[in-house]
Design a protein around this ligand. Structure first.
Ligand SMILES: Cc1cc2nc3c(=O)[nH]c(=O)nc-3n(C[C@H](O)[C@H](O)[C@H](O)COP(=O)(O)OP(=O)(O)OC[C@H]3O[C@@H](n4cnc5c(N)ncnc54)[C@H](O)[C@@H]3O)c2cc1C
Length: 480
């Protein structure tokens, strides 16, 4: 934690460099800017926040902080779910919220260049305005910044079809922890000239530098999509249905699952507790299936809808499905999607402890068959809500804090239970973080997914790029 004199000098220097209105030290605003969506047992204690307007200002901020020996925390839309954008010990929060412009779209090369603080949604809309698609899609995209999504290598609901953020990042402008600015990659599709420096910053959680601009690849969107909501009897049926739809050859773009508690919380959040949703009766598990329609026109759409209905009927005859509704319009499709997409938000007020894990798809059933009883036995007062991206082997395990349990006690119990979850994940060949990253939340568990040699190499890379250890210290692994 910097001492008061150092901080006063740094505050004055930053005001000189980037302007009074770009330096925030008002406590309530600081508290707001000082953390992301994940609250753990760590403090929220930023010293200052800065909101630079351009890349030279970001460089000036970094150089001033390095000179003062004060650490920095890059901050995006603060929707992260691991505490990775949280300042815990007098750091300077560097928010790029004022650098939010989409700079250029190249419809021929199908690329887009934008500033770090453009939201994922703004990028999607800019691509759409040119008849193109930026296919990364997740519930927080209206608030998440493109740089935050790059720093976390965000996934979302269409990874099955389009891959993670990494797949779409062609180049970056990065201010390194020394203050130097580099351009990596760019709009060229082919450029085999040494190490993949762009890739190094994707998923780095802001520990290796501040992303200030990005060049992204775009693609041609499908003409339309067809969406169905399915009621299924149990966890094995979810995977059986996935296998059936995928092997039918239909162009699957999403396959998402959630349990009855997920639907319950979404409906309760909407003031409709107890209502079963668009299906006639409540079911133990639900699946949202989306397929793409390649050709435009009603005929192609109707044919796709008929094909999906046929595959679902066959699955029903095989016992993998109890009921289903296929959306008849884009509005109906959005309503079905919202049942899955609104789960995270509807759980937020319950202070959920989240584990975002991945498994080989073939192990999902085994995992849930062992994990659900483990929760029931070890945490009998805690409600579990499971949803996820089945097609990517990615489950979001949510444990809700009982109102009677104090937050500190809950965190302690969750910490102990995480070990049981991650041991099971490791045994079944999975990963302790599918898409949210490590941050503060999982750093002590990283060894379940990375070998000692990998961890050592990661630390060496960090030390090479950030010799003073001032860029988002303590995230991914403990500082020092
Ligand atoms: C309702 C909800 C649903 C979600 N669904 C998904 C989902 O389906 N899939 C998924 O992957 N995630 C999901 N998330 C998590 C979150 O939205 C993503 O991790 C998102 O990519 C974070 O972006 P952000 O701008 O909010 O980053 P922040 O939370 O602000 O920061 C995240 C990390 O990025 C770093 N960072 C931010 N800006 C920069 C920068 N300019 N340069 C370098 N590093 C930077 C931060 O230091 C931090 O380490 C969800 C979150 C919520 C609240």
């Amino acid at each position: 934690v910097p001492d008061a004199d150092t901080l006063a000098r740094l505050r004055a220097r930053l005001r000189d460099l980037i302007g009074d209105d770009a330096v925030v030290d008002e406590p309530s605003e600081l508290a707001h800017l000082g953390h992301d969506r994940c609250r753990g047992e760590w403090p929220v204690a930023p010293a200052l926040a800065v909101l630079p307007r351009d890349t030279p200002s970001v460089q000036a901020v970094v150089r001033a902080c390095v000179e003062a020996g004060v650490a920095m925390v890059p901050s995006g839309g603060r929707t992260g779910l691991t505490g990775a954008a949280t300042a815990t010990a007098g750091e300077v929060v560097v928010s790029l919220a004022r650098m939010h412009r989409v700079l250029a779209v190249d419809p021929v090369g199908m690329t887009l260049r934008c500033q770090a603080g453009a939201t994922v949604q703004a990028v999607c809309e800019a691509a759409t305005a040119h008849g193109l698609l930026y296919p990364i899609d997740f519930a927080a995209k209206g608030s998440a910044h493109i740089a935050g999504s790059i720093a976390t290598n965000a996934g979302g609901i269409r990874v099955l079809r389009y891959g993670m953020t990494r797949r779409w990042v062609m180049g970056l402008q990065v201010v390194l922890p020394t203050g130097e600015c580099i351009e990596t990659g760019g709009p060229l599709k082919k450029d085999n000239t040494g190490y993949d420096l762009t890739g190094l910053f994707v998923g780095a959680e802001g520990t290796l530098g501040l992303v200030t601009e990005a060049t992204l690849e775009l693609c041609v969107p499908p003409a339309a999509t067809v969406v169905a909501l399915c009621a299924v009897p149990d966890d094995p049926a979810i995977v059986a249905l996935f296998t059936a739809v995928r092997s039918s050859g239909l162009p699957l773009s999403a396959f998402e699952c959630f349990d009855e508690r997920g639907l319950h919380h979404v409906q309760a959040h909407r003031g409709r507790a107890g209502e079963p949703g668009p299906l006639e009766a409540p079911a133990p598990r639900y699946v949202v299936v989306e397929i793409e329609v390649a050709r435009p026109g009603a005929e192609a759409r109707d044919a796709a809808r008929a094909s999906l209905t046929q595959v679902l009927t066959q699955a029903s005859e095989a016992g993998a499905l109890e009921d289903a509704v296929v959306a008849g319009s884009a509005r109906e499709a959005a309503a079905l999607w919202s049942l899955r997409e609104d789960i995270s938000e509807s759980l937020h007020s319950h202070g959920p402890h989240k584990a975002d894990v991945s498994l080989p798809i073939a192990q999902i059933v085994t995992f849930l068959a062992r994990w659900r009883p483990l929760v029931a036995q070890t945490l009998p007062d805690v409600e579990a809500v499971v949803f996820g991206h089945v097609g990517d082997g990615n489950l979001h395990l949510n444990l809700l804090r009982p109102p009677s349990c104090e937050p500190t006690d809950f965190h302690r119990r969750m910490k102990a239970f995480d070990r049981e979850t991650f041991e099971l994940i490791a045994e079944l060949g999975g990963s302790i973080s599918a898409e949210h990253g490590i941050g503060l939340l999982k750093r002590e568990h990283l060894h379940y997914s990375r070998s000692a040699a990998e961890l050592q190499l990661m630390r060496q890379l960090k030390a090479t790029l950030d010799p003073q250890g001032l860029m988002n210290p303590g995230k991914i692994f403990a500082a020092g």
